[in-house]
Design a protein around this ligand. Structure first.
Ligand code: HSE
Length: 306
């Protein structure tokens, strides 16, 4: 086998109270990528979308992840990627993670599945570090595993898969630019113990509520007293959008990753569609462009087709 195509899903990181550790995979959108084995030990990138991402491998997230793969697997050959991204870079729904994960899962399929999912996340972290300046895995883990994942530790990497009940996500993406590195730099270096207790209580109960399928507890646990109060100033009308979604019946939600997307979870599809309409209504009154995605939380991560 010399060529595979992969679909790499968008992901929501943080999930309100799980900053830098919790994440889940969306049913859509996803990036499409064809990866081919080539004889030269290099990475070649061809972009067929309109995002204008760099084609030099060392400046491209998928390129850096593939270079890390070639080094980890000690390969004497390289890869060509034909990338057709559907997840807009800078949207806050794991665009860079999808690039990195799609590339390494494809390379693994082309070279005899030598790495485990955990090892692939470790390799893909090289790409995420290029994109955000930080080696976090809260988008990478759900992109590769699917479903909800918790990154207990990055050194050494330790990932926990979390059971969850049927859930539907509504994501609205106002098209403003927020750089992850800047959204990270604005966060407090120290956190009052009282806030920390509140957040780890919420994170613990959210994980338990997901595993038990307790929707009321999921709703009560989706609260963040540390990151959201600081970052929401970057997203116009954040409070209005969130209130409209809750009024329409969403369980809860907040900033997706470092923004600007806002996500909301619902316990059924009809509600998630109503939530989409009500969230969109808030932005319709502004001059901001936006798009909306509604999907079921995906059970599977990157999918490979031969
Ligand atoms: N956990 C990360 C953050 C996700 O919120 O900064 C964005 O890459």
């Amino acid at each position: 086998m010399d060529e595979v195509s992969v679909l790499a899903p968008a992901t929501v990181a943080n999930v309100v109270c799980g900053f830098d550790c919790l994440g889940f995979a969306l049913g859509e959108p996803f990036d499409e990528m064809i990866v081919r084995r080539i004889d030269e030990p290099v990475v070649r990138i061809v972009n067929v979308d309109d995002f204008g991402l760099p084609t030099e491998p060392e400046r491209n997230v998928a390129g850096v992840a593939l270079q890390a793969f070639i080094e980890a697997a000690r390969l004497d050959h390289g890869f060509e990627i034909v990338s057709n991204k559907q997840i807009m870079p800078g949207s806050g729904i794991g665009s860079s993670a999808a690039s990195a994960c799609g590339a390494v899962v494809a390379a693994n399929a082309l070279t005899g599945e030598r790495f485990t999912k955990l090892e692939l996340v470790e390799i893909a972290m090289a790409g995420e570090a290029l994109a955000s300046g930080s080696r976090h895995a809260d988008n990478l883990a759900p992109c590769i595993y699917g479903g909800f994942t918790l990154v207990r530790s990055t050194e050494p990497l330790d990932i926990v898969e979390i059971d969850f009940p049927p859930l539907f996500a509504t994501v609205i993406h106002p098209q403003i630019e927020i750089k992850t590195s800047e959204a990270r730099a604005m966060l407090p270096k120290d956190v009052p113990l009282k806030s920390a207790i509140r957040n780890w209580s919420n994170l613990g109960s959210l994980v338990a509520a997901l595993a038990k399928g307790d929707y009321d507890l999921i709703a009560r646990s989706l609260e963040d007293t540390i990151v959201e109060p600081v970052r929401k100033s970057l997203i116009p009308k954040f409070d209005e959008v969130k209130s409209a979604a809750l009024f329409a019946g969403a369980l809860g939600g907040g900033i997706s990753g470092s923004g600007p997307s806002i996500f909301m979870l619902s316990d059924n599809e009809a509600t998630s569609q109503t939530v989409a309409t009500e969230m969109a209504r808030v932005f319709e009154g502004t001059n901001m462009n936006f798009n909306v995605h509604v999907s079921k939380i995906a059970d599977s991560g990157v999918r490979v087709h031969q």
